[in-house]
Design a protein around this ligand. Structure first.
Ligand SMILES: Nc1ncnc2c1ncn2[C@@H]1O[C@H](COP(=O)(O)OP(=O)(O)OP(=O)(O)O)[C@@H](O)[C@H]1O
Ligand SMILES: [Mg+2]
Length: 268
């Protein structure tokens, strides 16, 4: 496993999420995140493994790697890191995009008279107005992926756009920040409790707290090669801990079966 030394002068970024106290640092080209509530790093790695068995191109998702973090005071801890995906592009989260246009996602997302589909459609319409992008298919696929990994942290700052000021072109950023998933928050999902009970407690974001409601937005075809995924799980040398158990139980959920196709060949 990679060891990453956090230099004394590294900028420590405090997370802004609902549960956020996950410490992170940028060290050179690497963005490092420390486990705080449980096994977020293992969940990130496993989410990466799932995406590597999907039809998504590699550039469409951020790869996370396990690491041992050596803090400036010498203390050791665990986490994960990813390579910088932004480069010279400007990043604008979904929420920031709305703010930059003098509005917010709240009036839509908090409007109880709107259905999940209506909320989704209204947000997507605005995104298209602001950026020219139609990302409906990609976002619904992301929500389907979130339903598979039980991601409870897809808030409006975890959907990101990249802007190139030179040619004024927008693009959707790669999928990132999947660590609060697969019941990684051991403070909320106590180790040893039955998975079926814990799984029912997890709430989705951002269009509906129900994973199945968000999953229903996805009308696309199967995009995960289940045979390849199972093969990778069998042959992986990484210990994913409970994250793997949760994923395996999700793979058997009939409500998710339309996300999987049975690959005819295994190519690593
Ligand atoms: N690989 C990367 N390349 C470029 N920027 C990154 C990368 N990883 C993280 N960042 C930056 O750090 C921010 C926070 O990262 P991330 O969402 O993974 O952390 P987090 O602590 O889980 O955040 P939160 O809990 O607030 O959602 C991102 O919005 C982005 O600005
Ligand atoms: Mg985040």
């Amino acid at each position: 496993m990679d060891k990453i030394h956090i230099p004394t002068d590294a900028i420590r970024i405090i997370s802004t999420s609902s549960k956020g106290d996950q410490s992170k640092w940028r060290v050179g080209n690497k963005w490092v995140k420390q486990n705080t509530r449980g096994y977020e790093g293992q969940a990130e790695e496993l989410a990466t493994l799932v995406l590597s068995c999907s039809t998504l191109q590699e550039k469409k998702y951020v790869k996370y790697y396990p690491c041992e973090i050596i803090l400036p005071d010498g203390e050791l801890s665990r986490g994960c890191y990813s390579e910088d995906f932004r480069g010279k592009l400007q990043e604008v989260t979904l929420e920031r995009l709305f703010e930059a246009n003098f509005t917010s996602t709240n009036p839509i997302l908090n409007d109880t008279s709107l259905s999940t589909t209506e909320k989704f459609e209204q947000i997507m319409e605005q995104v298209q107005n602001f950026t020219g992008l139609n990302v409906r298919e990609e976002i619904t696929r992301l929500l389907a992926f979130d339903a598979l990994i039980l991601n409870e942290d897809r808030h409006t700052n975890n959907i990101l756009f990249l802007y190139n000021p030179l040619d004024k072109v927008w693009q959707l950023a790669p999928i990132f920040d999947n660590g609060l998933s697969l019941l990684s928050d051991e403070k909320d999902y106590t180790p040893g409790k039955p998975l079926t009970i814990l799984k029912r407690k997890v709430k989705a974001k951002p269009f509906n707290s129900s994973f199945s409601k968000q999953l229903a937005l996805y009308r696309g075809t199967a995009f995960i090669d289940k045979a390849k995924l199972l093969h990778k799980l069998e042959t992986s040398t990484i210990d994913f801990g409970r994250a793997e158990q949760v994923l395996r139980s999700q793979l058997n959920d009939p409500n998710l079966s339309r996300l999987f196709f049975e690959g005819s060949e295994i190519n690593d």
